[in-house]
Design a protein around this ligand. Structure first.
Ligand code: 6PG
Length: 251
């Protein structure tokens, strides 16, 4: 199997524009055989600019045929400053002609996070309709990476890392003293395509360990992102990529 695509951009601005171009191209071509394109969006700060770019009509994204899910959510109300939904709404949903029913919010604000996870799994099943016994297959997954090597809300040494059956589950993160609800690795690794967006010098050291060090998935959960029949691309800015030693396509 060939390794991941690794692209390095001078700044987050260029990285975001190229990631938007890739998203738009995939949404327009839609090769899955389904009537719509299904993507899942991460939270955090890195994809904010990308989502703003996506709202630009120049990309000609057929939004009526695009369904958007969330990769993960913090257990806070949807208008809370830490809500991933709020960030996505402000950057993208309020600015692009996305039909309301095409955005599938992760209801992590429900009083019981287990119930929130179960509801979201039902929503994935309703829209994506995987075959019996299979995991839902997203066409594109936009992920981030924390300086501690987490992706989605799959943090080092937390119980959700070992999930093999459930599609969505709560994950208590002791370091944050907070609960999050997240897609699980079986769903991440069923995607057709994954783009990992990493920006900033504070992630340079862990990125080097993740991409060039040994496999230590308990420490660096992002190393587990290996879709069985999907493509993985890393979109990095120069600051994040500064310690990588392998020869890279720099743009
Ligand atoms: C979240 C995420 C998370 C994020 C990384 C990177 O809710 O925070 O979805 O996995 O992608 O923590 O976050 P930054 O982009 O803020 O560095």
């Amino acid at each position: 199997m060939s390794g991941p695509e690794i692209r390095v951009f001078p700044t987050l601005e260029e990285l975001s524009r190229e990631a938007a171009a890739r998203f738009a191209e995939r949404a327009r071509e839609q090769r899955s055989g389904r009537a719509f394109f299904a993507a899942a969006l991460s939270g955090g700060s890195t994809p904010h600019r990308l989502y703003e770019f996506l709202a630009d009509p120049a990309w000609d994204i057929p939004w009526e045929r695009v369904h958007l899910f969330q990769v993960d959510e913090r257990c806070v109300p949807p208008d809370h400053p830490e809500s991933n939904y709020r960030m996505i709404r402000e950057a993208l949903l309020d600015r692009a002609p996305i039909p309301l029913e095409n955005f599938h919010r992760l209801p992590a604000d429900l009083p019981d996070p287990e119930e929130a996870a179960a509801c979201y799994a039902e929503e994935l099943a309703r829209v994506l309709q995987p075959k019996e016994g299979e995991f839902p297959r997203l066409d594109l997954l936009l992920l981030g990476m924390g300086a501690d090597g987490h992706t989605a809300s799959l943090f080092p040494s937390t119980p959700a890392l070992e999930e093999r059956r459930l599609w969505v589950r709560p994950n208590f993160v002791p370091r944050l003293g907070a609960c999050r609800v997240t897609l699980t690795f079986p769903v991440l690794n069923s995607a057709r395509e994954v783009i990992l967006l990493v920006s900033g010098g504070e992630k340079a050291d862990s990125l080097r360990r993740v991409l060039e060090g040994s496999r230590l998935v308990e420490h660096y959960p992002v190393q587990r992102v290996q879709p069985a029949s999907g493509r993985v691309s890393w979109f990095l800015d120069a600051a994040a990529a500064q310690l990588l030693t392998t020869s890279l396509e720099r743009e």
